[in-house]
Design a protein around this ligand. Structure first.
Ligand code: GDP
Ligand code: IMO
Ligand code: MG
Length: 431
């Protein structure tokens, strides 16, 4: 297969960065197609840790083209910082290898200010956003007042639009949100500097990708967040402001439906979530603390402790159905070593009624009780395993059951944070 999308099947942080990095070895182009720097994708290469927020995870392989597509929202200041950081670590040396869509929308300092002020105002009902202005930036896109990188081509016109927005946003910040207004002159100066740095990357990425696919090049689409954070199919309103599933590859990558060959779903061997909202299989107390410590479950974007839960096959089936998932990469199996018994959620119940899928009306997710199946654990370290045969039999049994419950075959299993610590059962680019 030549075009593959990697999508998160849970609430984000499934380990997409690591899997994309691994698959990038066999790809020519890696594309981000939605989200912004609310994403944080961690890669560990030769013991060195990288956290990528906007730049696709292909950046750590020499000669791969990285595309930031039209469906993303990009904070120009954060992007410049990320590029500088990668350059200082001897990556992204060739500017021709990064392509930024003219049509991608910019996240402005007023978006961040609004995001934070709204969350503060919501108090206990806050969504727990990353505070990077993602929701307000997508709102402006839909309201047709957003600023795109295309606007930078005529800076005088750009400044006019920016000033109009700053006036409106400051009024909103001051009068409704009772928050500090943003400094217009400072923002214009920041954008002038960002423009100088970023114009060189601008590209008609949709046409570029179409031509690359037609020429038979291998393209990897790197999803951000996860299906349960999807604006339509997640736990609304406790979601992010974009579609995060495979469907977003078309709108946000600018390619046609027939141009995508396969979707690889990424899921942890358990579940985590950052921020508020329903989480049926959540566990609290000592076991959650132990898993959090072992799995280093602290948000890579904000440092917040992640909430922890058992593997939830109801959510996995939801993700498989919505995305047409071809295979599942199950990450962090090593974190479950020493936990006995292991549990997996097979279905939900509400007052004696059993649900195999998410009950109709997402509000019901607040009320479901998970039905669990217990499985015996293992104690041997599995971090050196590179094939299923090298795993303890109970680990193999756990994997087989997760695959059966999810209704999809396993394509990869993660046994450690580094690029190599992966059991590859089938690589979509090599099938
Ligand atoms: P992403 O947002 O989906 O890319 O995931 P994050 O990078 O936010 O979080 C995943 C974390 O798990 C990172 O710290 C990874 O280095 C780490 N990780 C990924 N796969 C594995 C694995 O199989 N085992 C272990 N122990 N850590 C992993
Ligand atoms: P990656 O790509 C985990 C969550 C936030 C919050 C909600 C809305 O690293 O998997 P936003 O700032 O997007 O408006 O916040 O979505 N969230 C993520 N959680 N991983 C992510 O990305 C996330 N991106 C957004 O914590 O609950
Ligand atoms: Mg992450």
């Amino acid at each position: 297969m030549k075009t593959v999308a990697v999508v998160g099947s849970q609430w984000g942080d499934e380990g997409k960065g690591k899997i994309v990095d691994l698959l990038a070895a066999d790809a020519d182009i890696v594309v981000r197609f939605q989200g912004g720097n609310n994403a944080a994708h961690t890669l560990v290469v030769n013991g060195e840790k990288f956290i990528l927020r906007l730049v696709p995870a292909g950046a750590l392989h020499d000669g791969k083209i990285c595309v930031i597509g039209n469906g993303t929202v990009v904070d120009p200041i954060a992007l410049v910082e990320e590029i500088e950081n990668l350059k200082s670590r001897l990556r992204l040396k060739d500017d021709a290898l990064l392509k930024l869509s003219y049509d991608a929308h910019m996240v402005m300092p007023y978006h961040r200010a609004i995001d934070r002020a709204r969350e503060a105002r919501l108090g206990k009902s806050a969504i727990g956003t990353t505070g990077f202005g993602i929701g307000p930036a997508y709102e402006d896109k839909m309201a047709r007042i957003g600023l795109r990188f295309d606007d930078l081509t005529n800076f005088a016109v750009f400044v006019e639009k920016l000033e109009r927005n700053i006036r409106d946003k400051n009024l909103y910040l001051k009068t409704l949100l009772k928050a500090k207004p943003v400094n217009g002159a400072e923002i214009i100066a920041q954008m002038r500097r960002a423009r100088t740095r970023l114009m060189r990357y601008l590209c008609d990425t949709s046409t570029f990708l179409h031509e690359a696919i037609a020429a038979g090049r291998r393209v990897l689409f790197e999803g951000a967040h996860g299906v349960m954070l999807d604006i339509d199919h997640g736990t609304y309103p406790y979601v992010t402001s974009s579609n995060c599933g495979a469907s977003a590859v078309f709108g946000g990558g600018g390619i046609a439906p027939g141009e995508l060959d396969a979707v690889l779903g990424i899921s942890k061997a358990y579940t985590t979530r950052v921020g508020a909202g329903p989480f049926p299989t959540e566990i609290k107390g000592k076991l959650a603390d132990a898993l959090r410590a072992e799995g280093d479950e602290f948000g890579s974007a904000t440092g917040r402790p992640r909430r922890i839960g058992w593997f939830d096959s109801v959510l996995a089936r939801h993700a498989v159905r919505l995305n047409g998932i071809w295979g599942l990469a199950l990450t962090k199996l090593d974190v479950l070593t020493g936990i006995d018994p292991l549990k997996a959620c097979t279905a939900y119940e509400i007052r004696g009624t059993r649900y195999e899928g998410i009950p109709p009306g997402r509000h019901m997710l607040e009320r479901v009780k998970p039905v669990y199946e217990e499985m015996p654990g293992w104690t041997e370290s599995i971090t050196e395993a590179r094939s299923l045969e090298e795993l303890p039999s109970n680990a193999r049994r756990y994997l087989a059951r997760i695959s059966e419950l999810s209704g999809v075959k396993l394509a990869m299993v993660g046994v450690g944070a580094s690029r190599e610590a992966t059991i590859v059962i089938s690589n979509p680019f090599l099938t």
